[in-house]
Design a protein around this ligand. Structure first.
Ligand code: SF4
Length: 312
């Protein structure tokens, strides 16, 4: 690396994960196979650019199934849905293609099994996030949301209560660790998920920011406001002492962020496409000449297959 010239340093890995790739492919495949319109419940993934692109191809995004005409085709977003939404879809005669990320579905299965086995389940996550609503909505009762250490402090269960916890997949690994430590200290009998539910993609992108942050003067995260994992990447960079900004289009970049910053680090949340990351790199270069340098990092090869019902 030439240390004299100003640089843009790219984190590896960054951008699309296998779950996002699959979800977008499901909408594209449905559009190709059945034609427009294809309804999508909630933003298929939390990225404005992706949603707009699919909208121009004929996808219609809705928040409630009541907005969908009877018998229409609907894709459930990567974040997953509650059992109530599934029942509602069946009652309305909708044809469903489920783009729930398989890693989120895995958590759903765990929650149902644990509740059946008599456990009270604690879900570590953020209120109002669709993944949290979907996961908590797998069962009618026996699951509680934990958002903070203060929530853990307020918990009280009889000593014989069988307890287990699960986590939202896109949280910060460190933030979750604090809550998990507090839970295990307070309830030594609590059952942990077989494997941490924070997904490989979240973990890899956070590790890449930890590796990149000490080598740069400012961090740009490509991601939309609603994207949980993109927000966590920005917070992580700031926690590591580097000013960090999140943008989801080149025109949101501000020239003064780069004044006196020799090395600009760039990463992208799991829902942000590489084409957008490249457009942002180009805009940063327009604000001042910089060489682009890619850091080494994990090369991901996870692929989730499309639903059989869609490709057969
Ligand atoms: Fe699935 Fe992880 Fe991607 Fe979320 S970030 S869609 S859990 S692979």
């Amino acid at each position: 690396m030439n240390s004299d010239s100003d640089q843009i340093i790219l984190a590896q890995p960054r951008g699309f994960c296998a779950g996002v790739d699959r979800a977008i492919n499901i909408v594209n495949e449905a559009l190709q196979r059945f034609g427009a319109p294809i309804y999508v419940r909630h933003e298929i993934v939390h990225n404005v650019y992706v949603v707009e692109e699919l909208r121009t191809k004929g996808a219609i995004f809705v928040e409630e199934l009541a907005e969908v005409p009877k018998g229409a085709i609907v894709v459930f977003s990567a974040h997953g849905v509650s059992q109530e939404v599934r029942r509602d879809a069946a009652a309305r005669g909708l044809q469903i293609y489920d783009a729930t990320c398989p890693l989120v579905s895995k958590v759903h299965v765990e929650v149902v099994k644990m509740c059946k086995d008599g456990f009270t389940v604690l879900m570590i996550g953020h209120a109002g996030h669709p993944e949290v609503e979907g996961t908590m909505g797998q069962v009618n009762a026996g699951i509680f949301l934990i958002e903070s250490l203060a929530d853990v402090a307020k918990l009280s269960f009889p000593a014989q209560t069988k307890l287990a916890f699960v986590t939202q997949t896109t949280l910060s690994v460190d933030e979750t660790k604090e809550i998990v430590d507090a839970l295990t200290q307070k309830f030594p009998q609590i059952i942990k998920p077989r494997k941490q539910d924070i997904c490989y993609a979240t973990q890899n992108r956070q590790d890449a920011v930890k590796f990149m942050a000490p080598q740069v003067d400012v961090v740009i995260v490509v991601g939309s406001k609603m994207s949980s994992n993109s927000n966590r990447l920005r917070e992580l960079a700031e926690k590591l002492g580097v000013p960090a900004y999140m943008v989801d289009s080149p025109d949101q970049l501000q020239a003064d962020w780069f004044v006196g910053k020799k090395r600009v680090g760039l990463t992208a949340g799991a829902s942000a496409p590489e084409t957008l990351a490249q457009a942002i790199v180009q805009r940063i270069q327009e604000l001042g000449p910089r060489k682009v340098h890619s850091l080494p990092g994990v090369v991901e090869d996870t692929v989730f297959s499309l639903p059989k019902s869609l490709v057969d």
